[in-house]
Write a protein that binds this ligand. Sequence first.
Ligand code: CO8
Length: 373
Amino acid sequence: MKQIVISGTGLFTPSESISNDELVASFNEYGIRFNERNAEAIERGEIKAMGPSNAEFIEKASGIKSRFVINKSGIIDPDRLYPVIPERSDEEHSLQCEMAISAINEALRQANKTVDDIDAVIVACSNMQRPYPAMSIEIQAAMGIKGWAFDMNVACSSATFGLQMATDSIRSGSARCVLMVNPEICSGHLEWRDRDCHFIFGDVCTAVVIESAETCTAANSFEIIGTKLQTQFSNNIRNNFGFLNRCDDSGVGQRDKLFVQHGRKVFKEVCPMVAEQISAHLDELSVPVEQVKRMWLHQANLSMNDLIAKRVLGRDFTREEAPVILDQYANTSSAGSIIAFHLHRDDIKSGDTGVICSFGAGYSIGSIIVRKR
Ligand code: CO8
């Protein structure tokens, strides 16, 4: 079977970051103003008073200390609490395209490739900023790439599902070298006025070059020795925003049109599924767990990752074995495990094995077992 490799990765990080203290200060000010404005209705029991958020709770419950965002001023404006992102003309690059170009250029440099070597672009992320034309086709045109492109969405698991699509395409001969890109603008579909989730997400873009080992000239590359995907329907992470919204006026602008989750249930149900999938995947590939030197896990919650890593490895582990980026980046949906892989792989030795794994809404789980060449 054709050997497929990851030969480069790239990361675009927005210039603005919000600490938990800053986030909580503006949220609490919004809450005070909300409660004052609605004092009578709250008194009558018609509206629920907003409770305060707490920076200590956030770090303890999630491990998140800060998040990068495309626009900070709108999110921390206590009269607003959501980003200001001006619309652009159809002649300008869209925001997702702009983020992607920056990440792609770094990934191409690492892979020692030019745009002429690429013949497919997959944009895989939680939300496209428009339905069509596909974001991937705009990015393809902006980069001057020939061939084909398409968008796909499997929420937080989009990148690992995208990696399998890229691997399958190269193996079947429909592409030689694929760019898989994850431009996540989570700040646009997060309810920053809900204390249960206002701290969870950040914005970022990652890009990965996938190609056949025969064409690879990168200084460092990882062979993809196996990909495994799993989905199981759940309403515990849901967003009802969509093009049918305007067809029922009563639902427009309601809370369910942004990210909603039952965090505790997600935690309880998803952790065992993820650990079982990784263990089963290693077994299928006859890779003893002792050979796993690193787990680049989806970055949603520190306790979740610690639980999964401990279950898979069957022992206590060091931070180097399951690196954390969510402290600085928060949950960046599909990009999280790729950021971890991008930032924490230079010390991996030739022959060492690792696992890239994502999990999230759907439910969806993707594991990619890789070996340093
Ligand atoms: N400050 C103070 N108190 C708070 C806050 C806050 N900010 N938030 C909640 N509380 C309160 C709650 O109201 C609750 O109070 P009470 O007991 O009186 O009801 C108490 O603290 C405990 O709340 P929780 O039970 O919710 O707290 P947890 O310990 O469970 O922590 C977490 C909450 C961090 C959300 C945790 O449950 C978690 O991380 N779960 C897993 C989440 C996860 O992995 N989700 C994946 C979703 S991402 C995905 O799939 C992609 C979707 C697409 C991207 C969307 C982009 C926007």
